[in-house]
Design a binder for this molecule. Structure first.
Ligand code: FAD
Ligand code: DHB
Length: 394
């Protein structure tokens, strides 16, 4: 079946869904294809922290109502190390910026509920003719019908393992793989903390986040090749207790309803555009989760892309589209730096990741020195807070 739309979008993650919604508000029509089911997209547990700018954007585009009712407003984070726990107060350090805990699953549900055209459970997604003004998005729908959609532009929002990035003719890739992963759980137990806790410990990094007044989200650093089946609930809680433990404070335990392991890497592909194919979100870049940047970066990309495509397709001007990659990459590299900084400061690097064991000791001392600086110097704390709370959207 041959059809036509203005923008073909691949991927129903936050990037693709929010792009579709922003375009629709400007009268630009689109078709979005997703290879998973709607239920899977709405349940896949991932990010939880929304920057101030992301929250403002969701409100502005009419997707903020439930977030404003159910999202948890936070004014900072705790950093914990060497038996100390320090609070960083973001509003006073950043001139009023806060963060909101509202799960990525909920952002996805709200965007899908907006009711724009989405094909779930597609297969054989492919793009061609991207160097012409009529690129084609092809796929087979859930009923087995083959589609060819002629577009003015295609947005590759299909995450790290999608088909868009491999369709770009030439890319420069910068990459770092970290020698650890994160084991994340959802537990039915009220959060034991008022703010997120990031803990550096001799047993490895741990973090306490939350999803609601009844549900906690917690993470521990593990070896990247660990198998989730080797982690019983009792073993996970034991490690969380050891790593997050603090005098006078209790970590409450409850039933674990979900657990999974994620590897950690930094990855940036440049440029983010080739002809009429534009990459956005994890399709173009990955950051380790320690700085809570991935989702927010995906939102920033599609804000820039929506403006560029409206300008191109409604006003007939290509200036913003031509600048798209460069505009996004400034923020991408800033987030990549911040995510590397948080990751390097907070995780325990295995001795095997150094050529000389004395270097592991050196690294550990540098980490503590840096954490002391961040928790005692207002300038250092402000730098962390400004980057964590995020920069205004373009
Ligand atoms: P995705 O969410 O990956 O969406 C891509 C979509 O494309 C998927 O639905 C996929 O099924 C679909 N797709 C793939 N291939 C095809 C194809 N061939 N055809 C059709 N569809 C296809 N970020 C934060 O900002 N804050 C956090 O607190 C945070 N915590 C995280 C914790 C964890 C454990 C993890 C794993 C990530 C975390 N992130 C966080 C990162 C964040 O989740 C991602 O950056 C975000 O999902 C990127 O959105 P996206 O839309 O670009 O990609
Ligand atoms: C969450 C995830 C993160 O990567 C982070 O840095 C903070 C919170 C979360 O899932 O809540």
């Amino acid at each position: 079946m041959r059809t036509r739309t203005q923008v073909g979008i691949i991927g129903a993650g936050p990037a693709g869904l929010l792009l579709q919604h922003m375009l629709a508000r400007h009268g630009v029509d689109s078709v979005l294809v997703e290879n998973r089911s709607r239920e899977y997209c709405e349940k896949r547990q991932r990010a939880g922290v929304l920057e101030h700018g992301t929250v403002e954007l969701l409100k502005e585009i009419g997707l903020g109502d439930r977030m404003m009712r159910e999202g948890l407003l936070h004014s900072g984070i705790y950093l914990q190390f060497a038996g100390e726990r320090h609070h960083l107060d973001f509003p006073s350090l950043t001139g009023g910026r806060t963060l909101t805990v509202y799960a990525q699953t909920e952002v996805v549900k709200d965007a899908i509920a907006a009711g724009h055209p989405i094909f779930f459970e597609v297969s054989d997604t492919a793009v061609r003719d991207i160097d012409t003004e009529r690129p084609v998005l092809s796929f087979t729908d859930a009923d087995g019908v083959a589609h060819e959609v002629e577009c003015d532009a295609i947005a590759g929002c299909d995450g790290f393992h999608g088909v868009s990035r491999p369709s770009m003719p030439s890319l420069r890739v910068s990459e770092r793989t970290y020698p650890f992963g994160w084991l994340g759980i959802l537990a039915t137990v009220p959060p034991s903390t008022d703010e997120l806790i990031y803990a550096h410990s001799p047993h490895g990094f741990a973090m306490h986040s939350m999803r609601s007044p009844e549900v906690s989200r917690l993470y521990i650093q593990v070896d990247p090749d660990e198998k989730i089946d080797d982690w019983s609930d009792a073993r996970i809680w034991e490690q969380l207790q050891i790593r997050l433990g603090h005098p006078g404070w209790t970590l409450n335990e409850g039933p674990i309803t979900e657990k999974g392991i994620t590897p950690m890497r930094s990855f940036v592909a440049e440029p983010m555009r080739s002809g009429r194919l534009f990459l956005a979100g994890d399709a173009a870049h990955i950051v380790p989760p320690t700085g809570a940047k991935g989702l927010n970066l995906a939102v920033a990309d599609v804000k820039v892309l929506a403006d560029a495509l409206v300008r191109l397709l409604v006003e007939g001007k290509s200036d913003l589209a031509d600048a798209y990659s460069e505009t996004c990459l400034t923020r991408v590299w800033r987030s990549t730096w911040f995510s590397w900084y948080m990751t390097s400061m907070l995780h325990r690097f295995p001795v095997s990741s150094f050529s000389d064991p004395a270097e592991a000791d050196f690294q550990e001392h540098l980490q503590i020195a840096q954490l002391r600086q961040v928790t005692s110097s207002e300038a250092a704390a402000r730098n962390l807070a400004e980057n964590y709370a995020g920069w205004p959207l373009p």
